[in-house]
Design a protein around this ligand. Structure first.
Ligand SMILES: Nc1ncnc2c1ncn2[C@@H]1O[C@H](COP(=O)(O)OP(=O)(O)OP(=O)(O)O)[C@@H](O)[C@H]1O
Ligand SMILES: [Mg+2]
Length: 274
């Protein structure tokens, strides 16, 4: 059975200028351990889908229709208290700008330790060890120093590594990563994506990777869902999306990719023998 099944999800926003139909009849499944990319241009509804799964939509949002099945439960019907337990422990989310999500007045260590302290009730020493080990896994050279740092003392890449450590610390079944590397420069972006991929494999989390960058999706994900104006216009394996795109918009996205962006994961057509 799939870990996540989204059925007929339709979401509107009430605004001063009327109703915005942000998400229209979206449906998809995500298997355990699978990485699914949601790709689409700005305003296509990607973040709205992600936030609805973790139930953090803005107050002016209205779920018009839909069901979100996660590991045997229907999330849209769960009481908020139960949802709060799932958030962070079973589903976690990483946003584009890490420093916005970090608390500026607490050290990295304090923020990391809070997670196992709150969700697992471990001692301070144990929490410190868990936090330090997780930071070490993100490739941070001197984890003890990073533990003592405040968010403003970190580079963008380091801050996003801290966010990844936080998000994966409790080994969530699902990680939603919403443009996790868009704020980073290109070389750091590649390193952070590689690290994230390695860690989610180790932890065994499924991932919804939200991006406007189809080339990045191709490198990172198993499957792609292409959104356009709130609708899913294409849903297929990486291979099929690139070599058998069904929708005109997907073809336009592919054409917009500079060839150099592939870094070897996708071979040119003539080299593929399957
Ligand atoms: N809180 C809100 N109030 C009103 N409209 C909203 C709100 N949040 C999103 N929208 C609208 O819903 C639509 C989908 O927005 P969403 O943020 O999901 O797009 P996106 O694909 O994540 O875009 P981006 O790539 O820019 O992050 C857009 O038209 C957006 O303006
Ligand atoms: Mg978005």
């Amino acid at each position: 059975m799939a870990l996540l099944r989204v059925e007929d999800l339709t979401i509107d926003f009430r605004t001063l200028r009327g109703i915005v139909h942000a998400v229209k009849h979206v449906g998809f499944e995500l298997d355990r351990g699978e990485i699914l990319a949601i790709v689409g241009e700005t305003g296509s509804g990607k973040t709205t889908v992600g936030l609805s799964i973790i139930r953090l939509l803005a107050p002016n949002a209205r779920v018009v229709s839909g069901r979100i099945w996660f590991d045997g439960r229907e999330l849209l019907e769960l009481p908020e208290e139960e949802m709060r337990r799932i958030r962070g422990r079973e589903i976690s989310i990483i946003f584009q700008e890490p420093r916005v999500s970090l608390n500026p007045v607490l050290t990295v260590g304090e923020q990391l330790m809070e997670i196992p302290r709150e969700h697992m009730g471990v001692s301070k020493q144990e929490a410190y060890q868990m936090a330090r080990e997780m930071l070490r896994k993100t490739g941070m050279g001197d984890p003890d120093r990073v533990m003592r740092s405040y968010p403003h003392e970190l580079s963008g890449g380091m801050a996003q590594r801290v966010m990844i450590a936080m998000a994966l610390m409790l080994r969530p079944k699902l990680l939603i990563a919403d443009e996790p590397t868009s704020a980073l420069d290109v070389t750091v972006q590649a390193q952070v994506m590689e690290l994230m991929k390695q860690l989610v494999r180790e932890v065994g989390s499924s991932v919804i990777f939200i991006t406007h960058d189809l080339a990045l999706a191709a490198e990172f994900a198993d499957r792609v869902l292409v959104m356009y104006l709130g609708e899913v216009v294409e849903q297929a394996s990486i291979y099929d999306v690139f070599y058998r795109p069904q929708h005109r918009y997907t073809r336009a996205l592919i054409q917009a990719i500079p060839r150099i962006g592939f870094r070897g994961r996708l071979k040119p057509l003539e080299e593929i023998d399957w």
